[in-house]
Design a protein around this ligand. Sequence first.
Ligand code: SF4
Length: 432
Amino acid sequence: MAKLLDKQRFKCALGAMQTVQAIERALPVLHSGPGCAQKLSESTGSSGYFSPNIFPCTSINEKDVVFGGVKKLNSTIENALKVIDADLYVVLTGCIPEIVGDDSGEVVSRFADYDKPVIYAPTAGFKGNNYKGHEQVVDAIVEQYLKKSDKKQKGLVNIWADVPYQDLFWLGNLRELEKLVKELGLTPNTIFGYKRGIEQINKIPEAEFNLLVSPWVGLSNMKKMERKLGIPYLHYPTLPIGATETSKFLRAVGEFAGVDNDKIEAVIKEHEDYYYYLIERYADLFLENRVINKQFTVVADAQYSLGITKFLVNDLGLVPATQFITDDTPKPYRANISEEFKKLNYGIEAEVAFETDGFKIHENIKNHDYHGYPLVLGGYYEKEVTEKLKGNFLNISWPVQDRVVLDDSYVGYEGGIRLIEDIYTVAVSRFN
Ligand code: SF4
């Protein structure tokens, strides 16, 4: 029986147009109904050189459902190539063309000899959400554009993390991961954000390894690159937030890359010294305030739910109530992710629920005894329920309506400090 989903926290797979948009000078070409891009676009940082309002679209209608939309797709690509100056054109298919059976791959193959790459990714909404759509876009780049390279650049590491725009902090997080990897003496390569485009995509096959920082999104891409391009990968499932996890992250990456142990420890020491200096200065606020209770809940996708839970337990000594993962994580990944919630300091284990239904999440929060004011980090949907419980709320996951983030980040030592500032700013403002 069909289910009613209350407070959905993701978009359909065609939302991957944002993944394309995050690659500089890459253009999504939509083979979909006229309203899809409008429905999937956001006003948070998605304007610029290309924006959803100007993405070429076949705008297919009833006639195309009957006779097929391939002619329109052909002319839309042709005209996009003529009038829009991009480096990479990515055709994304929506529900209608896939239901009526348009062979979009065949149409795209007609442009193989054009001097700019044209590829396509099947992103019909009925196939999954935008986390899966993101993977489809990366897959398309690997399958249809990249070729294995015999030339390897020493120390070059491709870094992959979670989904641009769906993750509000995607830009800052990627830059911070780059900075950390660079401090180990390696050369990071990422394809999303400012000055990251076709040039960085072309470098992918020359990397010594892929580094995936995500509980599950992108894992299938890593396996594909290993098979097709011969690039080994390191899967680091936890977004490193704060000192404990970032030091572990640096050790794991350094060891995988064969970096000298003394060098790794020197980098860690420098960061930890400053990090704990700051924590020490504010220890009385953390220990003696009466408004941040010991128990917390995170309601977010797997990346933030896991990363923030580890941070709040390991670095701040808080105790987890139930943690919610809302990204509709595919079932084969769930057991491993649940195991990660058991790897907390002091023998603490967190209970985790894979739940997409906001109603059930809110019922759980309302009925849990937090032994004081609850601390809830989640989507904007959690604001009202937390306020009714007189709790402390921080909007860290989609949907975000409570804050503007340009390039802020919660990753690394600095990111941990930023998150502490944000949480305790909420706490101290209760006294105003
Ligand atoms: S679910 Fe289908 S019709 Fe709806 S926005 Fe996504 S691609 Fe378009």
